[in-house]
Design a protein around this ligand. Structure first.
Ligand SMILES: Cc1ncc(COP(=O)(O)O)c(C=O)c1O
Length: 293
């Protein structure tokens, strides 16, 4: 069995309990029964909003001959996402900080593949969105599970600190959290920033915070504090941006780009790569943002 088959096998193994739940559990038998509210995978309970449907209808009408041709991160889409992030979040995102992918899933996959590989460890917070472990395994890195405080669902910073080793390359944080719903408060995120910055300096390489912000637009009444507002340093490395940008289409390119990202972006310090999902926000597409300070 080659290396890639082994990785895919491990990744499928990590998902077997999910498949079992979806196909063989009491949930599988009853989730479509009348009167059941199915919150299991976060699918909507109502019809898509008219504004979303209208935007799809409007922009499915070709505006030029290449409308459905090969596309990369198109400048107008990057500009729209950067402007929206500046407006909503008050962070100085530029167009070139934004890379468009097919969904947050794709953004996580290309970012992990650009940043980590065999021999690296990636910390994920548990209970997790169910695909993190499989995505980390597919990248060749070793997943390290760290439980939240089960009373408050907040990050257990002492446990995170204990889990960091010289091989730690990235930490995945998701707020608002799927599945707990927890929004990590600013003091927690500030302490996390401090922890990762110190650990990066101690181990003399960058530790990336992958901030999976898959559902920020679902938070209406509370001011949302996201890790990318709080971490003192953000990724400011052209090669990282290129690596993530190139990671999608061509496997060979992306291995080369990943090598670049790892060899050239070793400045100690914590960096944040934010995954923004724009589903509820009007723009089409999703972005993995390597933001400049
Ligand atoms: C926390 C989290 N990350 C990533 C994703 C994947 O998002 P997408 O459907 O945009 O690929 C989801 C989907 O529900 C999610 O909840």
């Amino acid at each position: 069995m080659n290396d890639f088959s082994a990785r895919v096998g491990q990744s499928m193994g990590a998902l077997s309990h999910v498949f079992q739940f979806m196909t063989q559990s009491a949930y599988a038998q009853h989730h479509q029964d009348e009167g059941i509210c199915d919150f299991a995978v976060g699918n909507p309970h109502e019809m898509p909003l008219p504004g979303f449907t209208q935007a799809l209808q409007k922009w499915s009408v070709p505006q030029d001959k290449d409308w459905f041709a090969y596309k990369t991160s198109e400048p107008y889409a990057r500009a729209a996402v950067a402007a929206s992030l500046r407006r909503r979040r008050g962070i100085a995102y530029d167009e070139e900080d934004v890379i468009i992918t097919n969904g947050a899933f794709g953004a996580l996959a290309v970012t992990l593949n650009a940043l980590v590989g065999p021999g690296d460890e990636v910390i994920f917070v548990s209970p997790p969105w169910f695909f993190y472990e499989a995505l980390i395994l597919t990248s060749g890195a070793t997943p390290v599970r760290v439980r939240v405080d089960m009373q408050t669902f907040d990050l257990d910073l002492a446990a995170l600190a204990r889990a960091i080793t010289p091989r730690t390359r990235a930490v995945i944080v998701n707020s608002p959290n799927n599945p707990t719903g927890k929004i990590y408060p600013p003091p927690t995120l500030e302490a996390l920033a401090q922890l990762l910055t110190e650990a990066s300096e101690r181990h003399a390489h960058a530790i990336y915070l992958l901030s999976d912000e898959a559902s920020p637009n679902r938070v209406r009444r509370q001011r949302l504090s996201q890790p990318d507002r709080i971490l003192p340093k953000r990724a400011d490395d052209l090669h990282l941006r290129q690596a993530v940008a190139h990671a999608g289409p061509a496997a060979r390119l992306y291995r080369a780009a990943a090598t670049n990202a790892q060899s050239r972006n070793d400045t100690p310090g914590a960096y944040v790569v934010a995954i923004h999902d724009r589903r509820g926000g009007g723009e089409r597409g999703h972005a993995a943002c390597a933001a400049r300070p």
